[in-house]
Design a protein around this ligand. Sequence first.
Ligand SMILES: Cc1cc2nc3c(=O)[nH]c(=O)nc-3n(C[C@H](O)[C@H](O)[C@H](O)COP(=O)(O)OP(=O)(O)OC[C@H]3O[C@@H](n4cnc5c(N)ncnc54)[C@H](O)[C@@H]3O)c2cc1C
Length: 455
Amino acid sequence: LLQGRFIEAITETVGRENILLDPVDLTVYGTDASTFYSKPAIIVFPPTAEAAARALKLANDYDVPVVPRGAGTGLTGGAVPYKEDSMILASTRNDRILELDLSSFIVSVEPGIVLGNLNKFLSKHGLFIPVEPASDSVCTVGGNVSTNAVGLRGLKYGSFRESVAYLDVATMEGEILRVGSTTRKMASGYDLLDLFIGSEGTLGYVTRVGLRLEKIPRHRVAVSGAFDDHQRVVKAALEVLARGLKPSIMEFMDKFTVRAVSQYLEKDDLLGYDILILEFEGYTKGETMTQSRIAERVIEGFGGRAKLWDSNSEIWDFRKACLPALTAVKPKVTLFDLALPLGKLEDGLQEVYRISGDMKLDIGVFGHLGDGIYHPCLLMDPFSQEGEKLDDALKALSELAVEFGGSLSGEHGIGLEKKPYFAMEHPKTNIELMKRWKRILDPKGLMNPGKIWEE
Ligand SMILES: Cc1cc2nc3c(=O)[nH]c(=O)nc-3n(C[C@H](O)[C@H](O)[C@H](O)COP(=O)(O)OP(=O)(O)OC[C@H]3O[C@@H](n4cnc5c(N)ncnc54)[C@H](O)[C@@H]3O)c2cc1C
């Protein structure tokens, strides 16, 4: 059991009003958007960055495992404790905008700010953070940094990494490091910033984030293509890129997922099709329309039914409903995050369906086609024996990723879900190097232990 002396010391450090110990609260914080569950021993909301650093130092002194947490929308169990008697360090009460530097195009925020709220504020200045995950109405910037999240516009703007200028990170030793810079480019010494981005809370607790701003484009047009089969969707998408068109979004939804969303939203005009959704944005309407018309012709050239949509159209609500809609089909959904080289997208998808058929498992697939990311969602009935197939299915998908020169994660991280398969992807020497890095910052191994790799 967590030592009473630790609870006394942490209460003194952060204040009783910033601690939860009630068993009901602890139960709520025992899960994220994955299917993992494990109850923490204490929830701490550090009121300031300095308080977070002091809380970490105390945890280090008392050998208490720490799990950083944002909104808990992670899909791999990253914010779920692995060890007993863990302390959750939660950022959700730290949601202030600290500085808006319009001349350097940088905004500085606390880690618990919800990305969608930040973008709402920035839109008043005609600006935005272009990486917008489908969960942007709830997920936090600290969580986005720590998973290196990717949004629908990843094809044009990259992953969260490209948006981060600098970070403040509190370590287990109780220090606060500043890594990165407000300059546009930096070639001075090792890139410590990159080390923390996507590190899933295993190296330190992010207390402040400096983000690069983009101007909201003046014009946006969406183009959808409805196809009879998924191979044609992939072929058309690759042709759009081969022609030199520059979509900001390139999304895929298969027939299974389209059916789930059609039922969920009670809209059936795309029912029965595999679909491609593109967005073009630019400074002038002419620019976006020229590209959209060429994309329309590419879609029709591959036998698809093309349609143009306004920028804020319902097609994005349709896309963003994928995960909730699949959960309505069967409540236990495990979402894999398969990243493939673009040239392997067609064969890779075929393999996913082979695995689905061989294992007699319902798998709905959607994803960010332009970024080479598929999300095969494994649908299971929690009251049947289907759950027993989960490990085998995750293993088969991991093998597929490695065999096709891809990765086990394009955007959600490894967490608890994929750590049994992590060693398939990385040479032993690389994993050992990662572990050595972690030992430098966290010698006792208390910072989000049990994540990414097997201990
Ligand atoms: C419906 C739905 C749609 C989604 N769509 C997308 C999508 O399009 N793209 C995408 O990339 N993801 C998506 N996700 C996954 C999820 O929203 C992202 O991974 C998001 O970045 C997690 O943010 P969070 O605040 O919820 O973090 P959490 O789930 O709380 O934590 C995630 C990880 O970050 C660590 N962490 C959190 N805060 C900190 C901090 N301050 N310091 C250090 N480590 C920290 C945690 O320890 C954990 O390892 C989706 C999830 C859902 C449920």
